[in-house]
Design a protein around this ligand. Structure first.
Ligand code: SF4
Ligand code: SF4
Length: 298
């Protein structure tokens, strides 16, 4: 079984547009959307949710007012300033935990002398198994201001692998998270191939440097595609030099093509929509990706 992860270093480079085309071109893939903070693959694939599950990434502390003796220990010990203290009009101290500031470390629950802190698994989001026109899809939604997206990304990948094994599907296509933080690391470790979709801007150039370092660190083969390369051919050239110095391959240059936006408006991948220049280059890129996947035995 092979697992291709498409990442971008930053949002807005066209990563999801490319991945949705791969979903349309692949044979029997399992799809996974690991952009759990702000997923958008569903906007193109219109998944029909078959199973929905709560996700708990950790515990949440809550003070039980009926047990609290207002000793203030939790307020003193919380390193995240998550325990708020106020006084009533009658001078009585009230302690309460700010759920957004709480990091779920459990110190307050451990040291509370009155066992007045409830410390139970929190529901931080949901994950789903859905049906799409291209195959099963695992996706998720992390709650607002919730943490642990790396854990949720790992869960989405595990579930996609399980479906692939159970249904005898040989390819998992993963829409990775944007940026370079913990969720990206969780999405690429152990993958067969990473495709970085970048754009010809200075931030695209800078982010690609970090993508190269990350994939080198995890020893994962890397391919690069420069999307909308013709909006700045000079930086596109610098990106290609950078990739070549790193020993990776620039697999394609995709031209700017308004048909990509028109396809998105119609909830389609551009390769489904029309045989435009971007669609033609993405088809060629897909062939390159398949060749690279076939050479890679992991
Ligand atoms: S440590 Fe326990 S008893 Fe003391 S203020 Fe906090 S919750 Fe209340
Ligand atoms: S669980 Fe940790 S972070 Fe949350 S309120 Fe208690 S001590 Fe602070």
């Amino acid at each position: 079984m092979k697992e291709l992860i498409v990442i971008s270093g930053k949002g807005g480079t066209g990563k999801t547009s490319v991945l949705s085309c791969f979903a349309a071109l692949a044979e029997n893939p399992v799809l996974a959307d690991c952009d759990v903070d702000a997923s958008d693959l569903h906007l193109i694939l219109s998944p029909e949710v078959i199973h929905s599950h709560d996700f708990s990434g950790g515990n949440r502390a809550e003070i039980l007012p009926e047990k609290c003796t207002a000793c203030g220990t939790c307020h003193e010990l919380c390193r995240f300033d998550a325990v708020q203290h106020r006084k009533t009009a009658h001078g009585k101290s009230i302690f309460a935990i700010d759920p957004i500031a709480c990091e779920g470390c459990g110190v307050c629950a451990h040291f509370c002398p009155a066992q007045a802190v409830s410390f139970k698994p929190a529901v931080n989001g949901q994950w789903f198994i859905s049906k799409t026109r291209f195959g099963p899809m695992v996706h998720a939604r992390l709650g607002v201001a919730e943490e642990n997206s790396g854990k949720l990304v790992s869960l989405v990948r595990q579930q996609a692998k399980k479906i692939a094994q159970d249904q005898g599907r040989e390819l998992i296509l993963v829409d990775g998270p944007p940026g370079m933080g913990c969720p990206v690391i969780a999405s690429i470790s152990g993958a067969s191939l990473v495709l970085a979709v970048t754009e010809p801007t200075l931030s695209g150039l800078h982010d690609l440097e970090r993508v190269i370092e990350l994939t080198r660190h995890f020893d994962i083969p890397l391919m690069v595609s420069v999307n909308k390369w013709d909006i700045n051919p000079s930086i596109a050239g610098r990106i290609e030099e950078q990739v070549s110095r790193a020993g990776a391959a620039v697999a394609s240059r995709i031209p700017y093509d308004p048909a990509v936006t028109r396809a998105q408006i119609q909830m389609q991948a551009v390769v489904e929509h029309a045989d435009t220049p971007a669609a033609q280059h993405i088809r060629k890129l897909w062939k390159e990706v398949l060749i690279s996947l076939s050479k890679n035995n992991s």
